[in-house]
Design a protein around this ligand. Structure first.
Ligand code: GAL
Length: 732
C-alpha cells in the first residue's frame, strides 16, 4: 500500500477511535473527559418528580442556567414494584430522560444507589425487600447484597444496551453506589466496612468505563471517589491526593414536612458556598435540587414529607424559573467557566488579606484567576490585592477571572434585567375554578361484613399487612358492655386509649366518627385518649390507621414499625381498666372506595354518588368527592387549591396528585439574612399558614374538557371551594 494511503488509514482509524472510545477518568484535580480536566457544574432533577412532557423544558432551562451535568437518583421501588416485574414507563422512563439530557448536549451523573434516601418512600427500596427472608438492609448480609446486586446489574445492563455510558457515546460520565453510608456504616462496624468494600468491588466488576462515587463517605475504597454533601463542603476530609474533590449535594434549599414551615436558602449564601468550594480546588459540584418537583402518588417518604418537593430550587416545583436564584447562579457559572483552565491547571496559593479575609490565586503559566473572600458575616471589608483596593460585602467572595477585574461577587446581584428574564415575582393566580357537578360518596364503614378480612388475637404491624398497597388499614374489634355499668346510669363516660406507632388515626364507635389523632414530624407516634360513647351490649370499635410515607433514612430503618401496636384499652369501667391489646381484632386493608376504583371514570362496581346540592354543609369524615372541570386555556402550570379541605388524597383523571393535608406550619419565621453559616432553621417561611396549600396538576394529565377530579377526604372539608389555579411569572 502506498504510504499516503497508510497515513490516511491511520488518521481515519485514530479519528474513529477517538469518536467511539470516549473515556472518563479522574486525577487529583478533576474528572477527565476525553483527556481533558473539567470543572463540571451539575444539578439534580429527578425524573420521577415531574412528567415526561416537562423533561425537555427542565433540561433546557438547566443548560441555559450554565449546567453541564444532570444528576438523578434511580428509584428502585418504582422500577421493580414486585420481584422481577419491571416498569420503565411514563414518569419512570429513565432511558428517555437520559436521552433528553443527551439531546441537550449535557452529561449525566447516575446515582443508582439503590439506597437513595431522597425523602422518597422507603428510601427508594421496594417494600417487598423488607420481607425477603433473613434480610438486613445496607450491611454485610447475603440476601440484601444479592438483591442489591441484582438491581444494580439490571440498571447497568439497561444503560449498556441503550449505549448510555460515555465510553459508548452516551451521556453518563459518573455513577454513584450507596448513599451517605459514612455514619450508618460506622455504626455497623466491621460488617459495614465489609459491605462497603463489597459494593466497591461489585461496581468495578460491572465495567461501565466511568468513575464511581460514594456520597458523604470519607473512607470509600479505591477506586471509588469520596464526595461530600451539605450546605457547605468544608467539613469534608479531603480525598486521597489522586482523587478530585467532588460535592455531590450542594443543598439549594430544604424539603418540607407537613406541620413545618417552608425553608428558603438565600442564593447569596448558596453562591458563596459554591465559590468557596471552587477556590479550595473543588472541581465538580451538584445542586440538590436544581428542580425538586412533586412527590406524586404515595411516593413521599418520611413520614410527613409534603407532596411538594419544591426545595427552593432554581427551577420551582412547576418548572418555572425562580429568580433571583436562577439568574444569580447562572452568572456565577459563567464566571467559574472563565476561570476553568486556571482552576484545573494549578493548586491555589492562599494569602491572608485580613483576619477574616483571604485570596486564593490560581496562576498556572500565563493564566491568573483570583478569589477574594470575606468570611465576616457582619462587616464589609476593604482589602488590597496586587496593589489594587477592593471592597468585599459581608460573607462574600469576589471572583476575578484575570486577577484584576471583579466579574462576580456572590452577595451582589447584577441588574435583574441583565439576569435574563423580565420579572422575578411568582404568584398563584385565581382562575375560574371551572369545577362543576360535585358529587359525594360516603366511605362504607361496615367493614366487618367484608370477606377480605384478616382476624388475629392481638395487634398487628400495619405495613406487614398492607405491604404498602394502601395508606389505610382498619383495625376493628367489639366490646360487650354490661347494662349495669355505672356510666350507662349517669356516671362519667369511659375513655378509649389507643397508642399507635404512626402516623395518623381516626376512631369510629358504632359507625360514628369519634375523633382523630396525628403524629408530628418530630414525633411520629400517635396517642388517642378521649371519652367515647358506648351503649349496653355489643359495641363496635373501628380504628383507621393511616400511614403517611415510609421512613427513608436511619440505621436499620426497615425495622421501624407503623400502625396500632398498642396498648389499646378502655378506662372508666366499674372493674377499672379493660385491656383490648390482646383481644380478637379484625383487619381490612384499604378503603372500600379504593377497592371499587372510585378514582377512575369506570369504577369496578356501580356506586351511587349523591348530588352535592342534597348534602348538608358539614361534611362527614371519610368522604369521597368528585367533580368535573375543563382545562384552562394556555400552558401555564396548574395546581389545586386545597385550602378548604382537611386531609386525604386527590386524583385527576385517575392519576394521583398526592397526599394533601391542610395542617398549619409551626416554626420561627423571623426573616432571613443571607450572611453567616446557613441552617434551614434560620430561614423559615409560612408560619401559621398551611404547610402546603397548592398541589401540582400536570398539564399533560388533562384533556380539554370534562376532567375528573376525585378527592378522598379523611376529616371533612368544603370541596365546593376547591379550585384550580394557575402559576405564572409576573412583573414586579
Ligand atoms: C442527603 C441525602 C439526600 C436527601 C438530602 C436531604 O443527605 O443524600 O438523598 O435526603 O439529604 O434532602
Amino acid at each position: 500500500m502506498e504510504s499516503k494511503w497508510v497515513l490516511l488509514f491511520l488518521m481515519i482509524f485514530q479519528l474513529g477511535f477517538e469518536i467511539i472510545e470516549c473515556s472518563v477518568t479522574y486525577d487529583s484535580k478533576a474528572i477527565v473527559i476525553n483527556g481533558e480536566r473539567r470543572i463540571l457544574i451539575s444539578g439534580s432533577i429527578h425524573y420521577t418528580r415531574s412528567t415526561p412532557e416537562m423533561w425537555e423544558d427542565l433540561v433546557k432551562k438547566a443548560k441555559d442556567g450554565g449546567l453541564d451535568v444532570i444528576d438523578t437518583y434511580v428509584f428502585w421501588n418504582v422500577h421493580e414494584p414486585s420481584p422481577g416485574n419491571y416498569n420503565f414507563e411514563g414518569r419512570y422512563d429513565l432511558v428517555k430522560f437520559l436521552k433528553t439530557v443527551k439531546k441537550a448536549g449535557m452529561y449525566v451523573h447516575l446515582r443508582i444507589g439503590p439506597y437513595i434516601c431522597a425523602e422518597w418512600n422507603f428510601g427508594g427500596f421496594p417494600v417487598w425487600l423488607k420481607y425477603v427472608p433473613g434480610i438486613s438492609f445496607r450491611t454485610d448480609n447475603e440476601p440484601f447484597k444479592s438483591a442489591m446486586k441484582g438491581f444494580t446489574e439490571k440498571i447497568v445492563n439497561l444503560m449498556k444496551s441503550e449505549k448510555m455510558f460515555e465510553s459508548q457515546g452516551g451521556p453518563i460520565i459518573l455513577s454513584q453506589i450507596e448513599n451517605e453510608y459514612g455514619s450508618v456504616g460506622k455504626a455497623y462496624g466491621g460488617a459495614g466496612h465489609n459491605y462497603m468494600t463489597w459494593a466497591a468491588n461489585m461496581v468495578v466488576e460491572l465495567g461501565t468505563g466511568v468513575p464511581w462515587v460514594m456520597c458523604k463517605q470519607d473512607d470509600a475504597p479505591d477506586p471509588i471517589i469520596n464526595t461530600c454533601n451539605g450546605f457547605y463542603c468544608d467539613e469534608f476530609s479531603p480525598n486521597k491526593p489522586y482523587k478530585p474533590t467532588i460535592w455531590t449535594e450542594a443543598w439549594s434549599g430544604w424539603f418540607t414536612e407537613f406541620g413545618g414551615p417552608v425553608y428558603e436558602r438565600p442564593v447569596q449564601d448558596l453562591a458563596f458556598s459554591v465559590a468557596r468550594f471552587i477556590q479550595k480546588g473543588g472541581s465538580f459540584f451538584n445542586y440538590y435540587m436544581y428542580h425538586g418537583g412533586t412527590n406524586f402518588g404515595r411516593s413521599s417518604g418520611g413520614p410527613f414529607i409534603t407532596t411538594s418537593y419544591d426545595y427552593d430550587a432554581p427551577l420551582d416545583e412547576y418548572g418555572l424559573i425562580r429568580q433571583p436564584k436562577y439568574g444569580h447562579l447562572k452568572e456565577l457559572h459563567k464566571v467559574i467557566k472563565e476561570c476553568e483552565l486556571a482552576l484545573v491547571s494549578s493548586d491555589p496559593i492562599i494569602t491572608s488579606l485580613g483576619s477574616l479575609q483571604q485570596a486564593h490565586v490560581f496562576s498556572p503559566k500565563s493564566q491568573c484567576a483570583a478569589f477574594l473572600s470575606n468570611y465576616d458575616p457582619n462587616n464589609a471589608a476593604k482589602v488590597t490585592f496586587n496593589n489594587v483596593h477592593y471592597t468585599l460585602p459581608p460573607w462574600s467572595i469576589s471572583i476575578l477571572p484575570d486577577c484584576k477585574n471583579v466579574a462576580f461577587n456572590t452577595a451582589k446581584f447584577i441588574k435583574l434585567s441583565q439576569i435574563g428574564v423580565e420579572s422575578t415575582k411568582m404568584e398563584m393566580l385565581w382562575s375560574d375554578s371551572n369545577m362543576f357537578s360535585w358529587e359525594t360518596y360516603n366511605e362504607d364503614l361496615n367493614i366487618v361484613d367484608e370477606s377480605s378480612i384478616i382476624t388475629s388475637m392481638g395487634l398487628l404491624e400495619q405495613i406487614n399487612i398492607t405491604r404498602d398497597t394502601s395508606d389505610y388499614l382498619w383495625y376493628t374489634t367489639s366490646v360487650d358492655v354490661d347494662s349495669s355499668e355505672s356510666f350507662l346510669h349517669g356516671g362519667e363516660l369511659p375513655k378509649l386509649l389507643v397508642q399507635s406507632r404512626g402516623h395518623a388515626l381516626h376512631v369510629f364507635i358504632n359507625g360514628e366518627y369519634s375523633g382523630s389523632s396525628f403524629g408530628t414530624r418530630k414525633h411520629r407516634k400517635v396517642m388517642y385518649k378521649e371519652k367515647i360513647n358506648l351503649h349496653g351490649g355489643i359495641n363496635k370499635i373501628a380504628l383507621l390507621s393511616v400511614a403517611m410515607g415510609l421512613p427513608n433514612m436511619g440505621g436499620h430503618y426497615e425495622t421501624w414499625e407503623t400502625g396500632v401496636l398498642g396498648p389499646v384499652a378502655l378506662y372508666g369501667f366499674d372493674k377499672g381498666k379493660w385491656d383490648l391489646s390482646w383481644v380478637n381484632w379484625s383487619y381490612k386493608v384499604g378503603l372500600k372506595g379504593e377497592s371499587m376504583n372510585l378514582i377512575s371514570s369506570n369504577p369496578t362496581s356501580s356506586v351511587t354518588w349523591t348530588q352535592d346540592s342534597l348534602i348538608t354543609q358539614k361534611q362527614q369524615p371519610l368522604t369521597w368527592h368528585k367533580a368535573y372541570f375543563n382545562a384552562p386555556k394556555g400552558d401555564s402550570p396548574l395546581a389545586l387549591d386545597m385550602n378548604s379541605m382537611g386531609k386525604g388524597q386527590a386524583w385527576v383523571n385517575g392519576q394521583s396528585i398526592g397526599r394533601y393535608w391542610t395542617t398549619f406550619a409551626s416554626g420561627n419565621c423571623q426573616g432571613c439574612h443571607y450572611a453567616g453559616t446557613y441552617r434551614p432553621l434560620t430561614c423559615q417561611l409560612g408560619c401559621g399558614q398551611p404547610t402546603q396549600r397548592w398541589y401540582h396538576v400536570p398539564r399533560s394529565w388533562l384533556k380539554p374538557k370534562n376532567n375528573l377530579l376525585v378527592i378522598f377526604e379523611e376529616l371533612g372539608g368544603d370541596p365546593t371551594k376547591v379550585s384550580l389555579v394557575k402559576r405564572s411569572i409576573t412583573s414586579n
